[in-house]
Write a protein that binds this ligand. Structure first.
Ligand code: NAD
Length: 492
């Protein structure tokens, strides 16, 4: 687990400079690294549009402003709208049953919980959490839990819908769900984070369950958080049932019932698909260069596994900063640095660059592995790569997608590309149900088979309908769901 190396109380005597969520985010980003203003390496942020409305740039500069800028002033595309537009695009091509599309365009259940948590100082804070269950026609609802200050119901709706498509494409017996808690975990001590997680789990109550809705890690959540969820859930059932609910959550630490290979699974899946793409295009990964946005679970594992092919990581962006080294950045060394310092900022073996230069950097492959709507018309226009392998969910907005298509940049779309996580979650769920324990070779072998099969289904569908891969992936997913609805009918 990442160290929570930011104290809630400001040791430098700084007082929070704003009250809105975004200002708070900015303030705490500054607090996290504990930088002195004068020691900031990047100087004033060239992108910042806030100079005229606040005096902050004069006092604190560079990346902290970028963080605020990204979080709040970039044009926000509604991810849920994009998700539904994509469904309609696939529907127009294949003429799916309209009634079934009506069902798929809606979520099944949406839960918003507000709950109190007692903080270290004794005060009580009210928090807001979400769980949206999109569809369970193929099996129990399944999807990650995200802790992020800007999480909202629309985002969770969209992400739960993407989970339904993802499980359908990969042929696993799960539906789609997603959850979120509107916090920045770095604002809290470890003890507070544990209390928050447990209280959120308690608030979700029987809306999650091993055969009903199974959460997993996502942005800012990790195996430790999954272990707390498991323990809290187990404590609320009768002693007889306790050991039958190990599979209420996946992505657990191995000792708590997790699977070998789950932690790296999403990155591993991305790299299996990049390998397959390279083989199909007679492209040599050994001399390839790549860039990564987001160096958390997904981005760092994808980078480390690409290194095994001899590919060279040359630029990385995360919430703390952006770095470049055309000679190559060692992903293992960078991962150790990020573990210790909380982000890529000030990494000594690369130079700081800005957001625009990051997108302009010429490379063979770009792996977005941060948040949604990062590849916009603007950034897609300057992107100089052959392949975008979407590790994040929804990283490309519809306008960005059009530009990628016009520029003939290949895209392995999110619902296929990052499905390694849910595939190995399925393996973990199965192992828990059967009291089995598979070794890493078995997990990797099965993951490789399932994800490459899904890739081939999407590739063949793209060729058959002469459509882009994102549309093809949706056609594969919706076709499977349509078939199930037609066979089972609509109750009553
Ligand atoms: P994480 O919390 O481990 O890492 C997120 C990374 O993104 C961090 O490096 C953070 O600094 C960076 N980031 C956040 N905001 C940013 C911004 N505005 N600009 C640049 N970088 C920013 O999360 P993760 O689990 O690696 O998830 C990353 C993405 O992958 C998310 O879209 C998530 O939904 C998706 N995903 C995760 C999994 C999984 O198994 N964890 C599975 C499928 C998809």
């Amino acid at each position: 687990m990442k160290k929570n190396n930011r104290s809630k109380k400001d040791s430098k005597g700084l007082t929070p400079i704003a009250t809105t969520k975004e200002w708070k985010l900015l303030y705490f980003q500054h607090g996290r690294a504990g930088l002195e203003e004068s020691s900031h390496p990047t100087g004033l942020c060239r992108h910042c549009e806030l100079r005229d409305i606040c005096d902050l740039p004069k006092r604190r500069s560079g990346v902290w402003h970028c963080a605020f800028y990204k979080a709040s002033t970039r044009k926000k595309t509604n991810l849920y709208e994009s998700v539904i537009n994509q469904l309609e695009k696939a529907e127009d091509i294949v003429h799916f049953d309209r009634d079934i599309c009506k069902i798929l365009a809606e979520t099944t259940n949406e839960l918003i919980v507000h709950f109190p948590v007692k903080m270290d100082g004794g005060t009580v804070t009210m928090l807001t959490g979400y769980r949206v269950q999109h569809n369970n026609a193929l099996g129990p609802f399944k999807g990650g839990l995200r802790f992020h200050p800007l999480v909202d119901i629309d985002e969770i709706r969209a992400l739960s819908t993407l989970m339904t498509w993802k499980t359908a494409i990969t042929n696993i017996p799960f539906g789609g769900a997603k959850g979120g808690l509107q916090i920045d975990p770095a604002d809290y001590s470890i003890e507070e984070l544990e209390k928050i997680t447990r209280r959120f789990t308690f608030a979700l109550g029987n809306n999650i369950g091993p055969e009903y809705d199974i959460p997993a890690p996502d942005v800012n959540t990790n195996p430790q958080i999954m272990a707390w969820i498991l323990d809290t859930y187990m404590s609320t059932v009768t002693p007889n049932e306790r050991n039958r609910c190990l599979h209420v959550v996946t992505g657990k630490p191995i000792e708590a019932g997790g699977s070998q290979g789950r932690y790296k699974a999403t990155g591993q899946g991305i790299v299996f698909l990049i390998e397959k793409w390279a083989k199909d295009h007679a492209f040599n990964l050994k001399s390839a260069t790549f860039t990564v946005q987001g160096f958390g679970n997904v981005g760092s594992w994808a980078a480390r596994l690409m290194k095994k092919h001899g590919s060279k990581l040359i630029a990385v962006e995360d919430i703390t900063g952006v770095i470049l080294n055309k000679e190559g950045i060692d992903p293992d060394d960078l991962a150790d640095y990020v573990e210790e310092h909380g982000g890529v900022l000030d990494y000594p073996k690369a130079k700081p660059i800005d957001h625009e230069t990051f997108f302009k950097t010429k490379a063979d492959i770009f792996i977005p592995a941060a948040l949604e709507n990062q590849i916009t018309a603007e950034t897609a226009e300057i992107l100089n790569v052959k392949l975008v392998a979407e590790g994040a969910n929804g990283p490309t907005d519809p306008e960005g997608d059009k530009v990628l298509q016009r520029k003939k940049i290949d895209v392995i779309p999110d619902i296929l590309c990052n499905s390694g996580g849910v595939i190995v979650s399925y393996f973990e769920w199965l192992q828990n149900k059967r009291s089995e324990f598979w070794d890493l070779d078995e997990v990797d072998y099965k993951l490789h088979k399932m994800i490459v099969d899904a890739y081939e289904r999407v590739r063949d569908t793209a060729e058959k309908f002469k459509v882009d891969w994102r549309t093809a992936a949706h056609i594969v997913a919706i076709s499977r769901l349509e078939l199930v609805y037609k066979e089972r009918g609509i109750f009553p």
